[in-house]
Design a protein around this ligand. Structure first.
Ligand SMILES: Cc1ncc(COP(=O)(O)O)c(C=O)c1O
Length: 394
């Protein structure tokens, strides 16, 4: 084991103690400094009072915004901290006034809750939900996005970078180029990307980007963030339901939006988790997202290779580019049972079922799949343990 890996594992006590945690796409193990940042603040709150504690650590809070911004190539003023990626995504959608016949252009692999939000907008506002064609290898075809943008007016393009149920990486940069050329607003769900794929929002040319702390970023549960571009801020984009943090009530019938992305925030939120998120961003920057992603990808490729060699196991990941999420159908078994068995042996994975990704799972003819998502602090030996256990099951 190289020195870096040894240090990362020492800072991840459960991994060092033998837990085989291959569920980083669910929630990764937090490194010790992240846990400490959260615990320290909770202790301060209990000693000083919640509001007083937040005042005392105001500089640390400001740093957290800056560091989350740095992680995605943005300024702290472009970051709104919210409860999770779904809340971030919904807030971004609410910044658009959809009228009947307005189109949202999206993909067949967008995340389930995003698909449900589009359908809700269709049902309640009469929005047209248009899904671009897939490329032959899988994932959205940027050429199809271009053709649709030429053919019809589109109000918003929304794309999930890495879907939850497979290792696919969608071509979000290419889609961003098409949006820029067509002058159409662009929203990216980077929930599974952040922490495993380097992000530069100016390269993506997106107006909004949503993410969560607990996955490949290794932050705590219950917190996420929304990137809001300067362009979106200047255009006056704001959530439909503005909170007293997001705006000032300046006259009986008037309010003024905050100048920065905090206009998407609520006044009350978990400062301890915010500090944990900031620490997770710093930790990821210190490890290097490129290096983290390279190691995670190497472990995922090894996992696919080993699973592919097992009789009865069908690896389901498709796409020109894949990431550190590996999905496989385990014979005729229900993946939920497989996951429960593995959990009993100290191996954490997760199950993905047809209902979370109807279009993709039906195209693959699969009703459930086990999801193995290694990260840079995992080892080949851990993959061997998981594959050995799966071999026993099939
Ligand atoms: C691609 C993707 N988008 C969004 C979400 C939702 O994230 P959250 O649970 O933080 O709202 C998930 C969660 O698994 C996801 O995988």
């Amino acid at each position: 084991m190289d020195a870096q890996l040894t240090r990362w594992r020492a800072e991840t006590p459960a991994a060092a103690a033998g837990l085989v945690h291959l569920n980083n796409a669910g929630a990764a193990l937090m490194p010790a400094p992240v846990l400490e940042a959260i615990e320290d603040h909770l202790r301060l709150e209990s000693r000083a009072g919640g509001y007083e504690a937040a005042e005392q650590v105001a500089p640390l809070i400001a740093d957290a915004y800056e560091d989350v911004g740095r992680l995605i190539g943005a300024g702290g003023r472009n970051v709104a901290v919210v409860e999770n990626a779904t809340a971030a995504f919904a807030l971004a959608l609410s910044a658009f006034d959809f009228a009947p016949g307005d189109a949202i252009l999206t993909t067949r692999n967008d995340y389930i809750s995003n698909q449900l939000m589009y359908l809700s907008l269709a049902r309640r506002q009469g929005v047209d939900v248009v899904r671009a064609e897939e490329a032959l290898e899988g994932g959205v075809d940027a050429q199809s996005v271009r053709e649709i943008l030429r053919r019809r007016p589109v109000k918003l393009v929304a794309v999930t970078w890495v879907p939850t149920n497979s290792g696919l990486v969608q071509p979000v940069t290419e889609v961003g180029d098409e949006c820029e050329a067509a002058g159409v607003a662009y929203l990216v769900d980077a929930c599974q990307a952040v922490g495993q794929i380097p992000i530069d929002v100016s390269r993506l040319r997106c107006d909004f980007l949503s993410a969560t702390a607990r996955k490949f970023l290794r932050g705590p549960r219950g917190i996420g963030f929304l990137y809001v571009s300067d362009r979106a801020l200047a255009d006056g984009r704001a959530p439909l339901y503005v909170d007293m943090r997001g705006a000032g009530w300046v006259a009986a019938d008037d309010y003024r939006l905050a100048g920065d992305a905090t206009r998407f925030e609520n006044w009350e939120f978990a400062y301890a988790l915010l500090l944990g998120l900031g620490e997770a961003a710093r930790y990821a920057l210190a490890v290097g997202v490129e290096e983290a992603g390279r190691r995670a990808l190497e472990l995922a490729a090894y996992t696919r290779e080993r699973l592919g060699a097992l009789d009865g196991m069908r690896v389901l990941d498709r796409g020109a580019r894949l990431c550190a999420i590996v999905t496989a159908q385990v014979g005729a078994l229900d993946a939920r049972e497989v996951v429960a068995e593995l959990r009993g042996w100290g191996i954490n994975t997760s199950a993905t079922t047809r209902d979370v990704a109807l279009l993709d799972m039906d195209a693959k003819g699969a009703s459930s799949a086990v999801r193995i998502s290694p990260h840079y602090y995992n080892t080949r030996q851990e993959i061997d343990i998981a594959v050995g256990a799966l071999r026993g099951l099939v």
